[in-house]
Design a protein around this ligand. Structure first.
Ligand code: AMP
Ligand code: MN
Ligand code: MN
Ligand code: MN
Length: 294
């Protein structure tokens, strides 16, 4: 009997003692995710995620709701945001973690980055109408409760909804990326701004999914050097948008530049990588949560 109990309970004991997976890159309806902040946290809990950062694009409006729900569910939570920047004409995303979400400099900076999303969306609507696809702004707006946060993702969902393409990736490939008819550039923040706002608010700046940017290895090294010189402290090594090769490559870059390593699914609610669904970080790299008090 004793042996039997040991057999049954040991696996439970072992899994409970293994550190839970932290997901530090996640979206909600506060930007272009499909789940409310509360629903994201509930799903994280159900999937066994032990710590979460909600990182909506250029917005901190979902954090209070998520934090409250995380306390109820008993999982760790840190404030997060994903700031859209442009570095040498390349759009790049910088995640901020563990900052004071009421910090005036950060809030003012996020507002300047957000302002203009709706104007860009109007221009996207006109650009798509010019190639015969009309009514896209009205359609995209039906996919968000926050018009000021309107994103290319909302346009892509609408174009999938009306059957133009079977998935969002195809919409981006044909219409919403540079050189394509519905692409309208936007004046995003600069690297120095994003890192500065995050640090002013007491947070840690992290390069989001570095494997996704269409720049050469040499440019990437220049970018990572600039990021470090400005006070950036971590890069995402394990990401829902990374292949195993990306993860190996950026683990090497983290060692080279002395960055902490971060990890996150970049969950938006669509099919694909779910919360906590990524490989563990290499053990020799200092994880970013050491800087977050976890
Ligand atoms: P925006 O911030 O308005 O420029 O929109 C960028 C967002 O579109 C990203 O945060 C992703 O959520 C989404 N996105 C970008 N590229 C793709 C793609 N190829 N497939 C699906 N979603 C994408
Ligand atoms: Mn997004
Ligand atoms: Mn991103
Ligand atoms: Mn993201």
């Amino acid at each position: 009997m004793l042996n039997c109990q040991t057999f049954i309970f040991l696996p439970f004991f072992v899994s409970a003692s293994v550190p839970s997976r932290f997901d530090l890159h996640v979206h909600s309806t506060a930007s272009d995710g499909l789940f409310s902040p509360e629903a994201v946290v509930a799903r994280a809990k159900a999937r066994g995620v032990g710590g979460l950062a909600l990182t909506d694009h250029d917005s901190v409006t979902g954090l209070a709701e998520a934090r409250q729900k995380a306390a109820v569910e008993g999982i760790a939570f840190v404030n997060g945001v994903e700031i859209s920047i442009e570095w040498q004409e390349t759009p790049i995303h910088i995640v901020g973690l563990g900052f004071d979400a009421a910090h005036p400099e950060l809030l003012a900076g996020l507002k300047t980055t957000q302002d203009g999303r709706l104007e860009r969306a109007r221009r996207m609507d006109a650009a798509l109408a010019a190639v015969g696809i009309v009514g896209t702004l009205a359609g995209a707006l039906r996919h968000t409760a926050h018009p000021a946060q309107i994103s290319r993702a909302h346009f892509a969902r609408y174009l999938v909804e009306i059957g133009l393409f079977s998935d969002m990736g195809k919409v981006f490939g044909h219409y919403l990326t540079p050189g394509k008819p519905g692409y309208v550039p936007h004046r995003w923040a600069r690297l120095v701004d994003a890192v500065g706002w995050i640090r002013a608010a007491g947070g840690v700046a992290v390069v989001a999914h570095p494997g996704r940017y269409k720049i050469s290895n040499r440019q990437m090294r220049a970018f990572l050097g600039d990021f470090r010189d400005l006070g950036g402290e971590a890069i995402e090594v394990s990401s829902g948008s990374h292949t195993p090769d990306h993860a190996r490559h950026f683990a090497q870059q983290a060692r080279r530049f002395g960055f902490h390593a971060s990890q996150g699914s970049d969950f938006h609610g669509e099919a694909g990588v779910d919360l906590g669904g990524f490989a563990p970080l290499p053990e020799d790299l200092p994880p970013v949560w050491r800087l977050l008090g976890w």
